[in-house]
Design a protein around this ligand. Structure first.
Ligand SMILES: [Zn+2]
Length: 387
C-alpha cells in the first residue's frame, strides 16, 4: 500500500549549502607548495545526514578555502543520505536545455585512473577497487560522459601504488593528499600523466580532517605539480566510509553490500562520482550548472541510484561490470530532457507514468491511501485529515 500523501511529498529539497572556496594548500610535507597565485579549487561530494536535512553538508569545496566564486568546488566525494533525500537533490531535466553548461575549460578525452592505496588494505579490498577501475571504462554507465563533447568514454586503470601510514600518519588533511600525489610522481611510484586522475584512497583507520565523514565523502581537484608553473595534475580523495556508514554509504548497503565489504562498496560509488566529475570538469572550469554553488555532473545526481536489484547476500545493486555487482550513483546526461541516469545509449528513458487521477467521490474528494494499482482505498472529506 502506498500512502497518497507520501506520493506527492517528494519535492521539499534538502538544502545543500555548498561553499566553494579557493583552496590554498599549505603542504607541510616539503614536497609541494601551492602558492596563493596557483591556488587549487576543489569539488566535493555531498554528505547527507539522514537524521536531519538541515544538517546535511553539501558537496563542499575545500575547507581551507574562503573566497566564494562561481566555479565548482570540486569537493564532491559525497556523503550518503536517505534515498528520498538523495532524490530530492536530483535536478529536474528540461526538455529544451541540458541543464549543465560549458565554461571553456578542458575535459579529459581518455582517462587514466591511478590509485594510491594509503594505509592498511587487504588484498581483497584492493582487488575490489581494482576490478571496478578495470571495468568502468566504456561501460554503459561511464558512457554517459560521452554526452559531454570531447569525452570518449574510455578509461583504464593505468597504475597503482601503496604507502603505509608510517609515512604520513593516520590523520591527513587536504594538503596531505596533494603531498601524497606529488610524492608518488616525484618518487617515481607513478608516472606523471596529463590525462591521469590520481585517487588517494585511505583505509578505515585514516582520518581526513578537512571534512571527510562530516562535510563530504570525497573530492577532486587539480594543482600544478610541485611549484607554481608545473604541469596540471588532477587528483581526488576518497576515504573508506566504513568510518561513517550513516553518512557516506547508501542506506541499503550499510550492513551488507554486493562485494561483501560495505566500505569498499560505498567507496566505489564515490570513486565513480569523482571520476565522472574529473573527466568532464578536471580543472573546475568546464562543465557545471548555474546553481549557487554550482553542481558538476555527478553532483546533480548524488545519492540517486535509480532502479536496483537484489544481490544474493541481500544487498542491493544497480549495475554489473565484469563479474561484480555494484550500487553506483547515477550521473547527469548532457542531453535535453534526460537528467540523471545509469546509462545512456542514445535516447532518454521514457518519463515516468503520470500519477493516477483521484478516484474519490465528490463528497469525499481527498485520497489518503492507494493500492498497488493506484486505486484510492481511503477517501475522506476535505474537512478531515488523513488517518
Ligand atoms: Zn561532486
Amino acid at each position: 500500500m502506498k500512502r497518497a500523501n507520501q506520493m506527492i511529498s517528494c519535492g521539499a529539497g534538502a538544502m545543500f549549502a555548498r561553499t566553494r572556496p579557493r583552496a590554498r594548500y599549505a603542504v607541510t610535507l616539503g614536497l609541494m607548495t601551492m602558492m596563493a597565485g596557483c591556488a587549487a579549487q576543489s569539488s566535493k561530494l555531498d554528505v547527507a545526514d539522514e537524521a536531519d536535512d538541515s544538517t546535511m553538508p553539501a558537496f563542499r569545496s575545500s575547507p581551507s578555502a574562503s573566497a566564494s566564486g562561481t566555479m565548482p568546488s570540486g569537493k564532491g566525494g559525497g556523503l550518503a543520505s536517505e534515498e528520498l533525500q538523495r532524490s530530492e537533490h536530483v535536478m529536474a531535466a528540461s526538455t529544451s536545455d541540458t541543464g549543465i553548461y560549458y565554461h571553456g575549460g578542458a575535459v579529459i578525452p581518455v582517462v587514466d585512473i591511478y590509485y594510491i592505496f594509503y594505509g592498511n588494505w587487504s588484498p581483497s579490498q584492493m582487488a575490489t577497487l581494482t576490478d571496478f577501475a578495470q571495468h568502468i571504462g566504456d561501460s554503459p554507465y561511464f558512457n554517459i560522459n560521452k554526452t559531454y563533447p570531447g569525452v570518449s568514454g574510455h578509461a583504464v586503470l593505468a597504475g597503482s601504488t601503496s604507502y603505509p601510514t608510517s609515512m604520513w600518519g593516520t590523520s591527513l588533511n587536504n594538503g596531505s593528499i596533494a603531498g601524497i600525489v606529488t610524492f608518488a610522481i616525484n618518487n617515481g611510484n607513478l608516472p606523471y600523466d596529463a590525462n591521469g586522475v590520481y585517487f588517494v584512497l585511505t583505509d578505515e583507520g585514516v582520518a581526513e580532517t578537512d571534512g571527510f565523514c562530516s562535510s563530504w565523502c570525497g573530492w577532486h581537484t587539480w594543482s600544478h605539480l610541485n611549484w607554481f608553473g608545473g604541469p596540471d595534475v588532477r587528483f581526488a580523495f576518497v576515504g573508506n566510509p566504513a568510518r561513517c556508514p550513516g553518512v557516506c554509504i547508501a542506506s541499503a548497503n550499510r550492513s551488507v553490500s554486493p562485494n561483501g565489504d560495505v566500505g569498499m562498496d560505498g567507496m566505489i560509488s564515490s570513486v565513480a562520482h569523482e571520476l565522472d566529475e574529473a573527466t568532464t570538469d578536471p580543472d573546475l572550469n568546464a562543465w557545471y550548472d548555474n546553481a549557487n554553488p554550482p553542481n558538476e555532473n555527478a553532483d546533480k545526481c548524488a545519492w540517486n541510484f535509480g532502479a536496483t536489484y537484489a544481490v544474493a547476500n541481500g544487498s542491493r545493486a544497480n549495475m554489473r561490470l565484469g563479474t561484480r555487482d555494484y550500487l553506483i550513483q547515477e550521473n547527469w546526461v548532457n542531453v535535453p530532457g534526460c537528467g540523471c541516469a545509469l546509462q545512456y545509449t542514445g535516447s532518454c528513458p521514457p518519463p515516468p507514468p503520470p500519477p493516477p487521477p483521484p478516484q474519490c467521490p465528490a463528497s469525499k474528494p481527498v485520497c489518503c491511501e492507494t493500492d498497488d494499482a493506484g486505486n484510492c482505498t481511503v477517501c475522506i472529506p476535505r474537512t478531515q485529515t488523513c488517518p
